[in-house]
Design a protein around this ligand. Structure first.
Ligand code: NG6
Ligand code: CA
Length: 497
C-alpha cells in the first residue's frame, strides 16, 4: 500500500477467544486458516492486552481510549442497560469520521442502549445508539447472545418487529410475564440445557438471561447470526466503495461466546464440539470478508486488525460439552487463568495486524493495549483527539506497524471484580484483592489473593512462581504506578443511576 494513502480499517473483534485458540497462536485442534493468513502476511503480537477480562469494560476501552475505571458503569451489562458511553466524549468512530471515513459497527454491542433515564422501549426508536457515538451505520445485537432481547437493532430500531407483537423485556428475578416459556416451567422446549444460570426466558429452545415477551418474528435464529452479521459487513464495504469513501468497520464477531450455535455446515468442523466449531465458523467469516476486499481490489489498501475482548472459557453456562471434548486443546495457550481472571489468560489476547506496505510481517513482543488504538489511529490519520478524549490511549502507531519493538512502558488491566493488574517491563503485578481463588462453575483460577503477586514474565509466562516476597521494592514501585494511574485526571467518566 502507498505510504501516503490512508488505509481502510477493519477491526475484527472476537468474543471470548483465547490466546491459544488460533492456529497461528499454537492451536493444533482448531484450523483457522484465514486468521493464520492475516498472521502470515502481517504482524502477530505476543504481548497485547484487552483492558479487562470481561466484555463491556474491554469494549469501553477500545472505543473510548479510556481505562474502564473512568466509568462507574463499565461492568458486564444486562440486555436492557442504558448506554454507558457519554455521548459527549470522543470515540474511535468519531475520530475516523473527522478524517472523512464512513464508519460502521456490525455485531455485538454490549455497551447499553438509550440514555438510561427510563426503561428502553424496544418498540420505538431508541434515543441513544451507536449512531449517537459516531457510527454512520449500526447493525448490532444489544448485549450478548445469552441475554434478551434476542433481536437485531439496526440504526435505532429493532429489525423485523411486528407492531402487533410488541417486545417487553425484564431483568427482574421473578418472571413478570405469565404466558411466556421459562426454563424451569418448560424444560420440554429446551434444545440445549444450561449448566449454570441462563434459566429465565426460553428463546428458540435456549435458556437466556432475562425475560422477554413478544417480538416473535424479530427474534434471531442463533445459527444465522454469523451470516447475518457477515452480510451486513459486506454490504457496508460495498456501499463505501460505491460512495468512493475510505471506511472504518468495527466488526464485533459473536463467537465463541455462549450459547454456541454454529450454522449447520460448521457442526463437527472440529473435534472440540461446538466451541471449536464456532471458532471455525468465525474464521470462515474472516475469510469471507477478506475475499470481499480482494474481489474489490482493496485487500492491501485495508488495515485488518484481529483481536478478542477477553480470554477464553469452556463451560460458561451451557451443557455444550466444551470441557468434555476439549482434549489437549489449550484455549489460553501457555497462560494461566482465563476469562474473568487476573492471571494473564484473562486479558492477554491474540492481536494481529495486516496491512502490506505499512505493517511489517513477523512477530512483535511489544507491549500494547487495545486502548491504544485510538491514539495510534489518530497518528495514522493525522487527526486530532478532542480535548479530554481518549485519556489513557498512547500513540503506539510505530509498534502497530512493527517499527518499534518495545511499545508501552506500562499498561493496566483489570479482572471481573475490577481488581488491577499492571504490566511493566518483564513484570506482571497483581494487586491484593479479596475473593475466591477459583470459580468452580467455569473452572477458572481467578488470581485473587490477599497477598500481592509478582511474576517475571520473561521466565514464568505460566505465572507459577510468585516472587513478590523476593522483590519488595518492585512490588512497591508497581503498586505506586497503579495508584498514579488511578489518581490521574478523572474527567468525563459517565456516572449515572
Ligand atoms: C456471565 C454469564 C456468562 C457470560 C458473561 C458475560 C451466567 C451464569 N454467566 O454472567 O455466560 O454471559 O456473563 O460475558 O449468567 S462477556 O463476554 O459478555 O463479558
Ligand atoms: Ca467477551
Amino acid at each position: 500500500m502507498d505510504q501516503t494513502k490512508r488505509p481502510n480499517v477493519v477491526i475484527l473483534y472476537a468474543d471470548d477467544l483465547g490466546y491459544g485458540d488460533l492456529g497461528c497462536y499454537g492451536s493444533h485442534e482448531v484450523a483457522t486458516p484465514n486468521v493464520d493468513r492475516l498472521c502470515r502476511e502481517g504482524l502477530k503480537f505476543t504481548n497485547a492486552y484487552a483492558v479487562s477480562a470481561v466484555c463491556t469494560p474491554s469494549r469501553y476501552g477500545i472505543l473510548t481510549g479510556r481505562y474502564p475505571f473512568r466509568c462507574d458503569l463499565a461492568h458486564i451489562l444486562p440486555g436492557d442497560a442504558g448506554c454507558i458511553i457519554d455521548p459527549s466524549i470522543d470515540t474511535l468512530p468519531r475520530l475516523f469520521g473527522r478524517a472523512g471515513y464512513r464508519t460502521a459497527i456490525v455485531g455485538k454491542w454490549h455497551l447499553g442502549l438509550g440514555d438510561g433515564s427510563g426503561p428502553i422501549d424496544w418498540n420505538r426508536e431508541i434515543d441513544l445508539t451507536p449512531l449517537d457515538l459516531g457510527f454512520d451505520e449500526s447493525f448490532i445485537f444489544p448485549a450478548t447472545a445469552d441475554r434478551v432481547p434476542c433481536v437485531y437493532v439496526e440504526g435505532r430500531s429493532v429489525v423485523g418487529l411486528d407492531p402487533e407483537d410488541p417486545i417487553e423485556v425484564s431483568y427482574d428475578e421473578e418472571c413478570p410475564f405469565e404466558d411466556i416459556p421459562t426454563y424451569h416451567k418448560n424444560p420440554e422446549l429446551l434444545t440445549m440445557r444450561s449448566s449454570h444460570g441462563h434459566d429465565m426466558s426460553i428463546v428458540k429452545g435456549i435458556g437466556r438471561i432475562g425475560y422477554m415477551r413478544g417480538g416473535t418474528k424479530a427474534t434471531w435464529k442463533d445459527e444465522d447470526l454469523a451470516e447475518t452479521f457477515l452480510s451486513r459487513a459486506v454490504r457496508f464495504i460495498e456501499e463505501s466503495r460505491q460512495a468512493d469513501r475510505p471506511f472504518f468497520l468495527y466488526y464485533a464477531l459473536h463467537q465463541p461466546h455462549v450459547p454456541r450455535v454454529p450454522a449447520p455446515r460448521f457442526r463437527g468442523a472440529t473435534g472440540l464440539g461446538v466451541r471449536g466449531d464456532v471458532i471455525a465458523e468465525m474464521d470462515w467469516c474472516v475469510g469471507e470478508l477478506m475475499k470481499e476486499l480482494e474481489k474489490r481490489g482493496i485487500l492491501d489498501d485495508t488495515m485488518i486488525l484481529f483481536s478478542s475482548d477477553n480470554g477464553p472459557v469452556l463451560d460458561d453456562g451451557y451443557e455444550d460439552m466444551a470441557n468434555e471434548l476439549n482434549g489437549t486443546h489449550r484455549a489460553a495457550g501457555p497462560l494461566r487463568g482465563g476469562k474473568y481472571s487476573k492471571f494473564e489468560g484473562g486479558t492477554r489476547i491474540p492481536f494481529v495486524v495486516r496491512c502490506p506496505g505499512l505493517v511489517r510481517r513477523g512477530v512483535s513482543d511489544a507491549l500494547v493495549g487495545q486502548v491504544d488504538l485510538f491514539a495510534s489511529f489518530a497518528h495514522m490519520l493525522g487527526a486530532e483527539i478532542e480535548p479530554g478524549g481518549a485519556l489513557d490511549s498512547q500513540d503506539m502507531y510505530a509498534a502497530l506497524t512493527g517499527e518499534d519493538p518495545v511499545g508501552r512502558d506500562e499498561l493496566m488491566m483489570e479482572d471481573i471484580t475490577c481488581s488491577k493488574i499492571l504490566r511493566h517491563g518483564n513484570w506482571a503485578y497483581l494487586e491484593p484483592s479479596d475473593g475466591i481463588p477459583y470459580m468452580p462453575k467455569v473452572r477458572i483460577e481467578t488470581g485473587r489473593s490477599k497477598e500481592p503477586q509478582l511474576y517475571n514474565m520473561d521466565y514464568d509466562i505460566g505465572q507459577r512462581t510468585n516472587v513478590a516476597a523476593e522483590f519488595p521494592d518492585v512490588v512497591k514501585e508497581m503498586d505506586e504506578r497503579l495508584r498514579r494511574i488511578m489518581a490521574s485526571e478523572r474527567t468525563g467518566g459517565f456516572v449515572r443511576r
